[in-house]
Design a protein around this ligand. Structure first.
Ligand SMILES: [Zn+2]
Ligand SMILES: [Zn+2]
Length: 218
């Protein structure tokens, strides 16, 4: 309400056809047309060249092949170059009517009536009491897992670096490893990535192996 009134008040001071922000944009863009060349095809269409690139501009349709004009409703730099090359060009003819002061005033012409706060509301007896609706809990346990879309990439299953089989981690590996303990120790010394926990496990295993050997020797 306050904002609408503020905009209505500001727009009363505007004397030009276009809103000040668009006027400013046009002033800025018309100062930066250096290096753009216009090659006219007809009165309303032309090619605009800059640094070896070329765009097709149509004034009647208010279009440029860079598509900025069609999207913004305000001429792009290529369109601006063409408009600036026309003598006594009226810029407001090439800007969308949305940016005119008339349209701005129309937007904020509506009024929101002033309203008192609830302390002035009339109290009345309805004859019944309004209660919240009764909600019945649906059967079954609430879902915890997300329903995955069919095209979602599947998560890669972990491959055990001890036995090489997928589906479990080295820490929980219970498979027999078809290598000698000696080789395992050699691999570890060669810098194989083994976690601390599993290394301790292996050393225990290997130590007991050596202990058995030693026991055998004795
Ligand atoms: Zn353009
Ligand atoms: Zn394993």
């Amino acid at each position: 309400m306050v904002r609408i009134h503020e905009r209505r008040r500001i727009s009363r001071t505007w004397k030009r056809t276009l809103v000040p922000r668009v006027d400013e944009y046009i002033n800025n863009i018309s100062r930066s047309l250096k290096g753009y060349d216009v090659l006219r095809c007809t009165d309303t269409s032309a090619e605009v060249e800059h640094n070896g690139k070329r765009w097709a501009v149509n004034l009647a349709e208010k279009t440029c092949t860079c598509r900025e004009w069609q999207i913004k409703g305000i001429p792009c730099i290529h369109g601006a170059t063409f408009i600036a090359s026309i003598r006594n060009a009226r810029w407001e003819e090439y800007v969308d009517p949305y940016f005119t002061v008339t349209k701005f005033k129309e937007t904020y012409a509506g009024e929101i009536a002033a309203m008192p706060s609830n302390h002035e509301w009339k109290k009345c007896d309805l004859g019944y009491k309004m209660l919240p609706p009764l909600i019945k809990r649906p059967p079954g346990r609430p879902r915890k897992c997300r329903i995955k879309p069919s095209d979602e990439p599947k998560k890669k299953s972990n491959k055990c670096s001890r036995c090489g089989l997928p589906g479990h981690h080295i820490n929980t590996c219970k498979n027999d490893v078809p290598v000698y303990h000696g080789e395992e120790i050699h691999n570890m010394q060669a810098g194989e990535r083994v976690k601390k926990k599993s290394r301790a496990k292996r050393w225990t295993c290997s130590t007991s192996f050596f202990q058995i050997l030693m026991d055998d020797d004795i």
